[in-house]
Design a protein around this ligand. Sequence first.
Ligand code: 3PG
Length: 305
Amino acid sequence: MKVLVATEKPFSTKAVEGIREIVESAGHQLVLLEKYSSADELKTVIADVDALIVRSDIVDKAVVDAAKNLKIIVRAGAGYDNIDLKATAERGIVVENTPGQNSNAVAELVIGMAIMAARNNFGGAAGFEISGKRIGLQAFGQVSRHVAALARGFGMQVSAIDPYCPKEMIEAAGVKVASSLKELYAGNDIVSIHIPATPETVGSIGKELISALPKGAILINTARKEVINEPELLEVLELRPDIKYFADVKPSNADVLAERFSGRVFFTPKKCGAQTAEANLNAGLAAARQITAFFADGTVRFKVN
Ligand code: 3PG
């Protein structure tokens, strides 16, 4: 079988070597397409492959249509909003993700961003310590659980809300359950967003929630830009000069925000939460193993479509 690794944002060399080892020892062939600059390149290379490993690469209907032999896609990571699940399901193509494999990397970035914001971007102005402060986690999946553990290590008070996670599980992690989303935003010095982009969540974080933040609060988004109502974020940042917005998912209006709210907003040039040697290795190898297991005996792990 032909296994294509298509990564516009490549894995580390070590991760690619590991993926190759797993794929080739199982008798398959590895095809590598890195740093490609157009969907056409992907559509050409994907034409005769049987399996695909991607990161945030867009796998829309046109890409699926071009992949005549494709049987399985593994998104090496958590969020699979980049893959057209309907188009793949119609073709009987299995889609999986690799939950948890890059969570610690993203969680460390959240803490890094919290400290960077608290210390005024390390620019010399007096800041504050995150120890003793309150952090609220919107959703309590794999990344949030890592953030909670790290934040507790820093002596922070942690609370969370997640309609899909049993309260007992949140409490067992030493985390207080917020009674409502509004309360989560109103009651924390730092709020970190960890919801996926779905039809229900897109544009769901707007004026009502952001303006509920207490004085001097920091809003951190390492999830997806789409969950923010960007015009309303701009409006609140204008009205509330005390609030900061730090994101690993650059908003569509990043330039305007950066110009108007210099020092109070920060965006990574390219999504880097999962861009560590360890996360690349964890997620890349997990994806390769899931593919070889699928071809060995039909094993399907973490199917999302
Ligand atoms: C994920 O959903 O796993 C993260 O957003 C990481 O995405 P990336 O693999 O494109 O860095």
